[in-house]
Design a binder for this molecule. Structure first.
Ligand SMILES: CC(C)(COP(=O)(O)OP(=O)(O)OC[C@H]1O[C@@H](n2cnc3c(N)ncnc32)[C@H](O)[C@@H]1OP(=O)(O)O)[C@@H](O)C(=O)NCCC(=O)NCCSC(=O)c1ccc(O)cc1
Length: 144
């Protein structure tokens, strides 16, 4: 069974647009925080540490698909349920459901990679999914 982590967000007035609904870039900021939270719950160290041990500086996204189902507003408490649906060679598929109680607010599916700094100039390159990180996540999944 796949491990699901839950990241909680309290929506503030400043997260909303003039209509009082959450402005969409804020959802993407929270999804990114939920993505990192997933790895924290699996025991993956901070990216500064993995940079030194594995050369990995983070998990940039290369594709994203989002369904905005219902709006959210200030005062709402949102629970972001995040898991990894599939491990590929250099990429993985991470899925999210943002819920307010039982109500589905947003569903998102992202493809991310484990990135290293390029040696030959600015920018990044994708590394094969590190077996150490995959094992941490899968062992956690096995216990779920
Ligand atoms: C990530 C890249 C360096 C990868 O390029 P390369 O190193 O040449 O690798 P590849 O082209 O082989 O692609 C690597 C994998 O990604 C997959 N990939 C690449 N593009 C796609 C798309 N669009 N869809 C699905 N899969 C993709 C590809 O299939 C490879 O996976 P496997 O099939 O599993 O092997 C390059 O695509 C790139 O620079 N893209 C732009 C990335 C970017 O700017 N993202 C947004 C900003 S960064 C960010 O938001 C962030 C969030 C969190 C963090 O911790 C760090 C950064």
């Amino acid at each position: 069974m796949s491990h699901t982590a839950v990241y909680t967000v309290n929506v503030e007035f400043g997260d909303c647009d003039p209509a009082g609904i959450v402005w969409f870039p804020n959802f993407f900021r929270w999804l990114d925080a939920a993505s990192r939270h997933y790895f924290i719950t699996c025991g993956v160290p901070r990216w500064e540490t993995t940079r030194d041990s594995l050369g990995i500086i983070g998990t940039p996204l290369v594709n994203t698909q989002t369904r905005f189902v219902q709006s959210a507003t200030y005062g709402d408490t949102l629970a972001i349920h995040v898991s990894v649906r599939e491990w590929r060679r250099k990429s993985f598929v991470q899925t999210y459901e943002v819920r307010r109680g039982e109500a589905l607010i947003l569903a998102c599916e992202e493809v991310r990679v484990f990135a290293a700094q390029r040696e030959d100039g600015p920018g990044i390159r994708a590394l094969p999914v590190p077996s150490e990180i995959r094992a941490l996540c899968e062992n956690f999944e096995a216990l779920a």
